[in-house]
Design a protein around this ligand. Sequence first.
Ligand SMILES: NC(=O)c1ccc[n+]([C@@H]2O[C@H](COP(=O)([O-])OP(=O)(O)OC[C@H]3O[C@@H](n4cnc5c(N)ncnc54)[C@H](OP(=O)(O)O)[C@@H]3O)[C@@H](O)[C@H]2O)c1
Length: 365
Amino acid sequence: MKTAVIIGGGNGMGLAVSLNLIGRGYRALILDRKEPEKGVLPENSYEYMYVNLLDLDEDFLSEIAAQEDLEVLMITAGIGRVAEFEYFTTAEIGSIMTINATSTIKILRIFYDRINSEKDFYTGVMGSISGLMSSPMAAVYAASKASVCRLIESVNIELEVSGRKNRILNVSPASFKGSKFYGGPNRLDLLADLAENITERIFAGETLYIPQYEEIFKAVLERYHTDPHEYGIHSYKYKKDSGRAADRSRMVTGYLAGCFEPFDIRSLDRIQKARENCDYLIVGVEAGEGTDGAERAASREQSRQIVAACKYVDRAAQACADDAKAWEKWHFGRLFVTADRMETGRSEHSEEFWADKGVEIVRIP
Ligand SMILES: NC(=O)c1ccc[n+]([C@@H]2O[C@H](COP(=O)([O-])OP(=O)(O)OC[C@H]3O[C@@H](n4cnc5c(N)ncnc54)[C@H](OP(=O)(O)O)[C@@H]3O)[C@@H](O)[C@H]2O)c1
């Protein structure tokens, strides 16, 4: 059976495109961090597999790309929010750029043998109108989408010059309703028409689809190109008044403190479990004890370096005196507490202690 891979197909536009492709007779292979809600897609019409664009499993994706019956690749995974640049931490900037730009571009490269081939292969990527012009109040998002828009534009020329028929469709809409992008529920009824227009254009081999181009965005882009500064000021005010600004990040920072000496399989399991439950993991490293029971201060930096080398750790630091001090420093939203630390009965490991700070405690083995 013909297969379509939808990366980010668990929600929003990816889910709507999956449903559309199923309707066109494809088996949908949905790759995302979370499975689509049960009952949304017809049973037995799709398969779900875990993929995280923050930790790209290139070997796994290469295996998918080599599947004989594969005909369609649609990448819809993406994150972003409307806020001024000052409200973005460097950690969030890293995640937005990795998901929207670096990993998306790597995925296109991993599937490129299929795209750059005589055999029909249909590819689409969700860019954004903000990748085609300046976007004050969404500067990082615009930067990430601009790189994907430019990549697709350039690669399509390479495909054309080498005489290939296949193209990559850049879908660059303005804000649309019905997805989880702004925190609401999935509404496939609101997304179905756009999904249909996207798949139609993928199969037609088009290279750029800007919904409502003739009606609205042709003039908007012209206005931007004529006077980018005037347009930028207008765009800033428009977003400010739109009610879409979200100064708080939806990214979850997690904190795990502990001693990881020796760094064994239990250490790895704990760190991996914590990383699966947050977007950015800070590990506070405590020093081990010498034979006399005293902290081996000399080992502390070595231990931190070993933990820092683990790919699931975004930041390894010396542990603070207690978790409350660590929160003052890093303002994490999720505190991981291992079973042995729980047994110490310290007040900072209770839900009540964190209630006013909005920190969630997650127990791990
Ligand atoms: N909505 C708009 O107004 C709008 C406008 C222009 C362009 N776009 C673009 O359209 C695309 C689809 O957006 P949407 O509105 O459908 O949003 P959505 O409902 O939030 O869907 C995005 C999907 O990407 C997944 N995703 C995020 N981070 C991931 C990661 N690290 N690894 C794997 N999957 C990940 C999400 O999974 P989780 O739920 O697990 O995070 C979610 O299933 C995005 O690229 C977005 O930038 C959206």
